[in-house]
Design a protein around this ligand. Structure first.
Ligand SMILES: Nc1ncnc2c1ncn2[C@@H]1O[C@H](COP(=O)(O)OP(=O)(O)OP(=O)(O)O)[C@@H](O)[C@H]1O
Ligand SMILES: [Mg+2]
Length: 254
């Protein structure tokens, strides 16, 4: 088990965005986390990445309790989240953004200052360049990040996460807002990444999720509604009820 949570919870005031979440992932798995809008998926990823602090429960990484470690320490351990473009410095080039992430991984804070003062840093550059190649952005390494097309920005997000050499990659809606072609390209990328690391993915695109996942966890109203293979989840009546308000797919289509 690479990652596990026990009775994990996050409350905002009296509102429980996550409650009593028991969750576990085997190393190498591609696990999807799905659920209706507001189900608590992003909150759950924020708890795993250390972006927000749990109000109850425990998180284990390789058997060690990481519940109270901050996000930077978790990145060092090998847990990375692609942060829906919030992580990108738009004025910096694509390569420079990846170098910053790689440097944060190897050196911690003051990354930007260090990079400004230094030329090439071999370990850092190797990580950054490899990350860009993995997401097929090597050709735009010198472009100002703010000038990238939407799909490329989202792939840069993934590259920034990859530049920290993660063992677990958390992807929150990596194909949202993408054209069909871009989405297909990102789907192929996620498949490829999943062959060398554990991947957790939140996505609303059901065809994509059913096609690529080893297993699926369904959240509803902050709690785990179901766990299973794509086939099991598709056939699960409680999941259908959560998504379709009590009507079967056939009824809806009729
Ligand atoms: N910082 C916060 N303060 C108060 N409430 C919050 C906060 N963050 C999230 N919530 C609430 O927690 C619930 C779960 O939100 P979350 O973003 O985790 O859902 P989600 O499953 O990712 O939804 P979506 O599919 O729309 O992205 C929502 O009702 C949201 O309004
Ligand atoms: Mg969300």
């Amino acid at each position: 088990m690479i990652l596990e949570t026990k009775a994990l919870g996050k409350s905002f005031g009296r509102f429980a965005a996550n409650a009593d979440i028991d969750f576990s992932v085997e190393a190498g798995e591609l696990r999807a986390v799905i659920g209706p809008n507001g189900a608590g998926k992003t909150t759950f990823f924020n708890l795993l990445s250390g972006t927000t602090e749990a109000t109850s429960g425990t998180i284990f990484f390789k058997g060690n309790d990481i519940t109270r470690l901050d996000g930077t320490k978790r990145v060092h351990l090998g847990i990375a989240k692609a942060f829906q473009t919030a992580n990108i410095y738009p004025e910096q080039t694509v390569l420079q953004n990846c170098r910053l992430a790689a440097l944060a991984h190897t050196q911690g804070a003051f990354a930007l200052e260090l990079l400004r003062r230094s030329g090439r840093l071999s370990g850092v550059d190797a990580l950054a360049e490899r990350a860009l190649e993995q997401v097929d952005l090597g050709g735009v390494a010198g472009v100002r990040s703010g000038d990238l097309a939407h799909g490329d920005k989202k792939r840069l997000d993934i590259a920034i996460a990859l530049a920290t050499a993660p063992e677990i990659l958390l992807l929150d809606e990596p194909v949202a807002g993408m054209s069909r072609d871009e989405a297909r390209k990102t789907e192929a990328l996620v498949r490829k990444l999943a062959s060398s690391m554990t991947v957790l993915i939140i996505e609303h695109d059901m065809d994509l999720i059913m096609g690529i996942s080893d297993s699926i966890t369904v959240l509803e109203a902050g709690r785990v509604l179901a766990n299973g293979t794509p086939a099991e989840i598709r056939a699960n009546q409680r999941v259908q009820d959560a998504y379709l308000g009590g009507h079967s797919e056939a009824e809806i289509e009729a």
